[in-house]
Design a protein around this ligand. Sequence first.
Ligand code: FES
Length: 363
Amino acid sequence: MLPKDFQIKIKTLPNISPELLKNNGSEPLLNTLRKAKIEIPTSCENGLCATCKGRLYRGSVSYPEIQPEGLLPEEAEQGDILLCCAHPTSDCEIDHPELLAPGEFPSRFFKIETFEFKQIHPHVLELSLFFNPQTFFNFLPGQYAELILNNQRYPLSMAMPPKHNQNNPIIFHIVQTELDKPHLLIEALKKLKELKELKKNTDTNTNQFLLLEGPKGRSYFKKENFPHHSQKNTDFIFIAGGGGITPMWSMIPEALSNLSAENSDTTHKVHLYWGVRDETLLYQKNIIQTWSEKYSSDYFKFTTSVGSPIHEAVFNDLKPHLFSHPIFFIAGPPAMVKTIYNALTQQFGIPSEQIFGDGIAFV
Ligand code: FES
């Protein structure tokens, strides 16, 4: 009789197909990750260096081949394991801080050569960052990065699809009416610009510069993430509150391009819901208009809600979508994201792996 397969779950990668994450205990967990094309840093692969040190959240492991000498007894006690030599002895939930899912890019620091900003709407500042021409900042649609200036970190979502990123610049939107932190960022950027001008004109020294760390976040649109849902009729529902629209400018073009690349019998739908406090906060409506003109209302729908919670509109429309195993992307104030997440999972029975949303998304 073949040994029983144990199901391995990865805490921060819930979307990897369970079929790819099975291990019958005869090999280390590292092999399971590699078979699923998940990247993990390792060095000795012999239980000595602890580069592969991860955490066991549920289940049990043993070390039948190699003694985990790189693991202190107190670390083992608090749940740390060495993935290169730990074999599962039950279903397990594990994690490692530097795992990369297939297609993800490692987060790195990038020095910004120059930057520009312009007001594209009374409430929205568009920030363009330029890198050295040899530098490629790769990201997945919907991810974010942290801008570092004067030891402060400012998380910002990329507001453009990655495929427009073959050359500079990378574009971010700073929605000014939402929170204080973006205001601070704008002030800091203006000051830095002035300093740079001064330096150009007078040779004054400034050691202030701008760094970007990223890409970050796992709330991204990647069609391969949904292999266990029907490829032909999954609906994609994007829900934005206020400035939470920013990552949608990156994801929706990708979702729509997937739609047009499908066979003619596709029944995907892309639905964007955008809730704002008042009408003046809706911006780039011309882009949404272009999508509506290009795709019939059978494929793309836009619903806005001004002054009332956007989730009411979403929940009213939800029934027909439920049969399509819809995938949700939610971005906006944390309280809104939480309310919608709780209602979708508890009232509507949507599995959590069909719902994406990063805490960052409110900038
Ligand atoms: S890679 Fe060195 S202990 Fe696992």
